[in-house]
Design a protein around this ligand. Structure first.
Ligand SMILES: Cc1ncc(COP(=O)(O)O)c(C=O)c1O
Length: 397
């Protein structure tokens, strides 16, 4: 048989090892999975989608089912400009925004547009796995900066920049960060934009979970504080549904123009049907009507997980206290290896994501991520109860 692997590009070997593939693979039947950062399907507004999709196909097929301009349909762009103004207090100029096929595409476009092999970039440590994989495949030299309960340690970043580090950008997830669930404090937001402005470094702000605060309150986005040095990636995956594959990039016009040019080389345009569905749903007040229920659902899931952790976790285990989003981060005693413990947890009927893949280089061995978006409240309690046995054994090793 032909050895087709010989034809694969060098970058295919930069994507992460078998370990990662195993982690991301499905879990066996009967195992309660706390791995995927997926929205809960109960939040999908199916009745309204049913009506909107039928109406668009019937009345607007020439637009909704057609190719669209690379930067997005004019009416959808107008809606997104209005929405930025309404939710973030600043209206981008038309040249400062494009429609993307989700947040992940914006990450890929940033890689194509800004990263040459060996270029430095900065991420929070730990950070979003999908972004780390994309940055790795782009052959970036990724530097992790530690976090605390208030998010990225801006002082630690300042030290690195003062010492001469020149990253192409600083990638940050300010709200309910994936994988820690932490939120960057207001003071740190101001410090971060001032620091990056001073050094002429672009901030790449990923607001994937921003619209899911448990209590509805929000801090200003980095982009609204410093549109001159922040490129924001937004997505409708968590607030609408991921199948729509729709998001936006907002930022300095010259960066946005490069992203649009790169998009010509990828999918050329985001799907028209999804764009028009977001617009119709949004203009009719769908987000305002439905998001409160989604926020309440995730808040009560977190309350159930938090209570279960209090009830079942052995001493020596610490966890973050997210105020929104889908995930929580556990830190175990130094000697515990969450990768090695994973098979025992699966055997006990629960799956989590071990900490190391969220780190560049070493780190995260004694950490793990739990997602609380999908299991029911009763399942969350059972899952944490199942986790306690292997963790206790691991703590004692
Ligand atoms: C932090 C973060 N950014 C971006 C994404 C990608 O989202 P999208 O579905 O819009 O590509 C995710 C998905 O889980 C995420 O967690």
């Amino acid at each position: 048989m032909a050895d087709l692997a010989r034809s694969f590009a060098r970058r295919t070997r930069l994507r992460g090892g078998d370990e990662l593939t195993a982690i991301l693979a499905g879990t066996p039947p009967g195992v309660l999975s706390m791995t995927g950062g997926f929205p809960n399907a109960a939040t999908f507004p199916t009745d309204e989608l049913d009506e909107i999709a039928a109406r668009l196909v019937r009345d607007d097929a020439a637009v909704a089912l057609q190719y669209t301009p690379c930067g997005g349909l004019a009416s959808v762009r107008e809606y997104l400009l209005d929405r930025q103004e309404q939710l973030q207090g600043r209206r981008p100029e038309p040249a400062e925004l494009i429609v993307t096929s989700g947040g992940m595409e914006c990450i890929a476009l940033m890689c194509q547009s800004l990263i040459d092999p060996g270029d430095a970039i900065v991420v929070e440590a730990p950070s979003y796995l999908g972004a780390l994989m994309a940055f790795g495949a782009a052959e970036a030299k990724v530097h992790g900066i530690a976090m605390d309960e208030d998010g990225l340690l801006v002082d630690a970043l300042a030290e690195r920049l003062d010492a001469g580090l020149r990253p192409k950008f600083v990638y940050a997830i300010p709200e309910y960060q994936n994988p820690t669930g932490r939120t960057l404090s207001l003071r740190r937001r101001h410090e971060l934009v001032e620091l990056c402005r001073r050094h002429g470094v672009l901030i790449f702000e990923d607001i994937a979970y921003r619209e899911l605060p448990f209590d509805g309150t929000l801090l200003p986005t980095l982009w609204s504080l410093a549109p001159d040095v922040v490129l924001q990636a937004g997505t409708f995956s968590k607030s609408f549904f991921p199948g729509v594959r729709l998001g936006w990039a907002a930022g300095p016009a010259d960066v946005v123009a490069e992203l649009a040019a790169a998009k010509q080389n990828t999918d050329q345009c985001a799907g028209g049907l999804g764009q028009r569905m977001v617009e119709e749903y949004g203009r009719a007040g769908g987000f305002e009507r439905h998001l409160p229920a989604a926020r309440a659902l995730y808040a009560s899931h977190w309350a159930a997980l938090s209570a279960a952790l209090e009830r079942h976790m052995p001493s020596g285990v610490a966890w973050t206290e997210p105020t929104g989003g889908f995930v929580c981060w556990l830190t175990l005693p130094e000697e515990v290896d969450t990768l090695a413990l994973r098979p025992a947890a699966i055997a006990a009927g629960v799956a989590y994501v071990p900490g190391p893949p969220f780190h560049v280089g070493d780190g995260g061995r004694n950490s793990l991520r739990l997602s609380f978006s999908q299991l029911t409240e009763a399942e969350l309690d059972t899952a944490v109860g199942r986790l306690a046995g292997p963790l206790r054994a691991g703590v004692l090793i």
